[in-house]
Write a protein that binds this ligand. Structure first.
Ligand SMILES: [Zn+2]
Length: 325
């Protein structure tokens, strides 16, 4: 060892070796942060991720093509390495149609759930095949080899064929993925409901912990159970929804449970939200920008004093109208 170290030391003084060494170190200096953009697509979901190694990922496309297309074009994106459809509901797949038509997509990830109440999802699969994107049906527990410094694990999906119109069954088939980079977890839950959150909790236990949580099912009352949140331990919780939607998303109960779990809750209703996980060695923590979209739920005192007696509609009103921070 000593001999090798001495030899290396002497080699360092030779310029040619110094050049070679700097080339070898290039990938390290190329390390950068992980950027995740929660896009304002109205009542739906679309998340764009830039991985530190340079690959990009789009998870769902929202209910219409314009917001996602405009975002990608403004960023100068022409090629997407990984496009994921979490489940075949229109608020997730419709916006992907134009993405598959006008952008070069390398890989397309899907479930094997067939929504008998929709035909648009099948068009999407045909478009993916037509542009020679590799189509994948990941399995639960599978690791996606997307970036050598980021662990990406599939925590939920339906990789067996299921044909149904049942909305809850389709939601519970959502591809759920956890990204882990530089000690920070990012959990993207699609539209899974309470029963599936429980199922995941039983299997993955401590492997769920994630500072950043993309809240399931647009902040529905039937997701974000206390038990699930206890395992995830979210610090930043993001809800993707459109103002004035017909579903009452986000629901006051879900907001209160997120707050009780210690999370700061953000919504995409007014604009895109960027969160950044810094590279190793950086003194910075998770960066959130811009801030104006944070939903400030009721204060801890109010939560403790009257979380049950307050009518849901009034609680929701209060949560959404409280001052921004
Ligand atoms: Zn949805």
């Amino acid at each position: 060892m000593m001999k090798n170290a001495a030899r290396s030391k002497s080699l360092l003084h030779k310029p040619r070796f110094a050049i070679l060494l700097s080339l070898l170190l290039l990938p390290l200096s190329g390390w950068t942060q992980l950027n995740v953009y929660f896009l304002n697509v109205g009542q739906g979901d679309a998340t764009y991720i830039e991985l530190p190694g340079g690959s990009n990922v789009l998870i769902d496309g929202g209910p219409s093509s314009l917001p996602v297309r405009e975002f990608l074009m403004a960023k100068g994106v022409r090629r997407i390495d990984h496009v994921v459809l979490t489940h075949p509901h229109s608020d997730h797949y419709r916006g992907l149609k134009k993405v598959l038509q006008y952008f070069e997509v390398k890989n397309f990830y899907d479930t094997r759930v067939e929504n008998l109440g929709a035909i648009g999802d099948n068009n999407l699969r045909e478009l993916a095949a037509a542009q020679a994107a590799k189509v994948h049906f990941p399995e639960v527990g599978q690791h996606m080899n997307w970036d050598r410094n980021v662990t990406v694990k599939v925590l939920n999906t339906c990789s067996e064929v299921i044909q149904t119109r049942d909305s809850t069954r389709i939601n519970n088939c959502s591809l759920v993925m956890r990204f882990y980079y530089n000690g920070t977890g990012l959990l993207l839950t699609g539209d899974i409901e309470a029963s599936q959150e429980n199922a995941i909790t039983r299997v993955f236990k401590s492997g769920l912990e994630s500072q950043i949580l993309k809240v399931s099912h647009h902040g529905s009352a039937y997701s974000s159970t206390p038990r699930f949140l206890e395992r995830v331990k979210p610090v930043h919780a993001i809800i993707s929804y459109g103002v004035g939607n017909n579903y009452g998303h986000p629901h006051a109960d879900a907001l209160l449970r997120l707050q009780a779990a210690g999370a700061t809750v953000y919504g995409t209703q007014d604009g895109n939200l960027l969160m950044t996980i810094p590279p190793p060695g950086s003194p910075k923590g998770i960066d959130v920008a811009p801030l104006p979209f944070a939903i400030t739920p009721v204060s801890a005192e109010e939560l403790a004093s009257e979380p049950v007696t307050m009518p849901e509609s009034q609680a929701l009103e209060q949560l959404l109208n409280s001052p921004l921070r």
